[in-house]
Design a protein around this ligand. Sequence first.
Ligand code: SF4
Length: 338
Amino acid sequence: MKIPQSQTTASRRLPGDSAMTTTEKSFDIESKNFEPAYMSLFRSGELYRRSREGLKLLKNCKVCPRDCEVDRLANETAVCKSGRYAIASSHFPHFGEEDCLRGWNGSGTIFFSMCNLKCVFCQNFDISQDGEGFEVGPERLAQMMLELQDRGCHNINFVTPEHVVPQILEALPLAVQLGLRLPLVYNTGAYDSLDSIDLMDGVVDIYMPDFKYWDPELSQKYLKAGDYPEAARRVVKRMQAQVGDLAFDERGLARRGLLVRHLVMPGQVEGSRNIFRFLANEISPDVFINIMSQYRPAGKVSAAKYPEINRRPSAEEMEQARRMAREEGLRRGSLRGQ
Ligand code: SF4
């Protein structure tokens, strides 16, 4: 099994760690009282209705903001090169995620192949663009979730789910019927449609968008999506409205809420300030932010192509980004150096 490189692998911090600010609450939900959000929708039958609604979106695909309008039910494909069924590259307990997700038994990640973004710096081109992986129908996808639960993982972490929301919803009732009881993490590049996020209302426990760029021109240049900032702002607002600030149980595991990632890019720290300002003013000053230093040149980036991002962010740039986040009023997350 190939383990994807994790450009967005998180720094390892639990809520009580010294790099976290002291204003954080240490726990909000008792683990014995926790029930994943989807259980109530499952009992009422709404989860099955969502599953049917999701599949309708595939007919004239508007699952993500690309609005390709191809018939994926008939296996037509467009930008994300995915048809009727999802393609998965791997599933395993992941120990590189934030401590509040990986805990001690790992976060149960399911890596989907293909991506609706075309980041020139992607570390997993073979998976995100070339589609390395295998097609999984709803039964197999449900089984994968249960295998991760059986291995003791603390959550099911869907990585790059933007283009396969209907397929996830199709598999979920089967998984719940078979005994799935773990919280769901929606681990996205934030280029999602509101339709998708609305379908996930009451289904997802933890939204984890990586808000990458604020500037439309840079988004077009590096992600090949000029409308990315607008789309990301829209869905992050909707995610917060659904799940609120990140809440933890008494063991430090994240149980429900919004966890925003931001990958600091070399030479482009000024854009980070706008994202932090938006989060503090329009989402919540208590939004939980992970400011990540893991960027390194990969994918199409080289000295000849995209030379301006052909290096890692410096320690000074990282400190600058963290300071900006504090100055803009954010108070929870990786706001100080490690
Ligand atoms: S999910 Fe894929 S086919 Fe559908 S709109 Fe997005 S990129 Fe296009």
